[in-house]
Design a protein. Structure first.
Length: 174
């Protein structure tokens, strides 16, 4: 099933990437990583779990795959991390392990700026809640508040694809 999830994620990314294309600085060969072997997933998850300190609710490997301006990361979520808004990136999430709740939409409650293109807050007000489980694929548009909470006793592992937007002028679906 993990192999199928990774294959699906890569296929979906290959369809979505042209839609999100923007002019970006040329990547050096060392900065580009275009393949992740599903057989390496258990070790990558174990590495994230081992890297967790001080009960962090979220530990990421920010460059599982990398082809600027796109990036794919592995996320280990043993707790509820702050709600976020990515002002430039749309985000596709593939749930690999665990179950919980995803809240999208609404408004960040008590937002702070974490960097030039992202906001965070402890919670979301007036968002839509849905259950998530392995195999679910979620697409979150840019400027959309979202927050993932594991179910009691669960840890969630997500593969997320960050895709700068808006789509290139004149682009349309074939």
């Amino acid at each position: 099933m993990r192999t199928q999830l990774l294959a699906f994620m890569l296929l979906a990314s290959s369809v979505a990437l042209p839609a999100c294309a923007q002019t970006a600085p040329a990547a050096t060969p060392a900065a580009v990583n275009l393949f992740f072997d599903a057989g390496d997933l258990p070790a990558a998850i174990a590495k994230l779990k081992a890297a967790r300190v001080n009960n962090q609710p979220l530990v990421t490997q920010p460059r599982l795959l990398n082809m600027p301006p796109y990036r794919v990361q592995l996320e280990y979520r043993p707790g509820t991390a702050p709600a976020t808004v990515h002002e430039i990136d749309a985000e596709m999430m593939v749930i690999v392990q665990g179950a919980g709740t995803l809240i999208t939409g609404g408004k960040l409650a008590g937002e702070t700026r974490t960097n030039p293109t992202n906001l965070a807050a402890p919670t979301i007000t007036d968002g839509q809640s849905r259950d998530i489980a392995p195999g679910d694929v979620i697409l979150i548009p840019e400027n959309t508040p979202h927050q993932v909470s594991p179910a009691a006793g669960e840890e969630i592992v997500i593969i997320s694809v960050h895709m700068p937007r808006p789509a290139q002028a004149g682009w349309s679906w074939p």
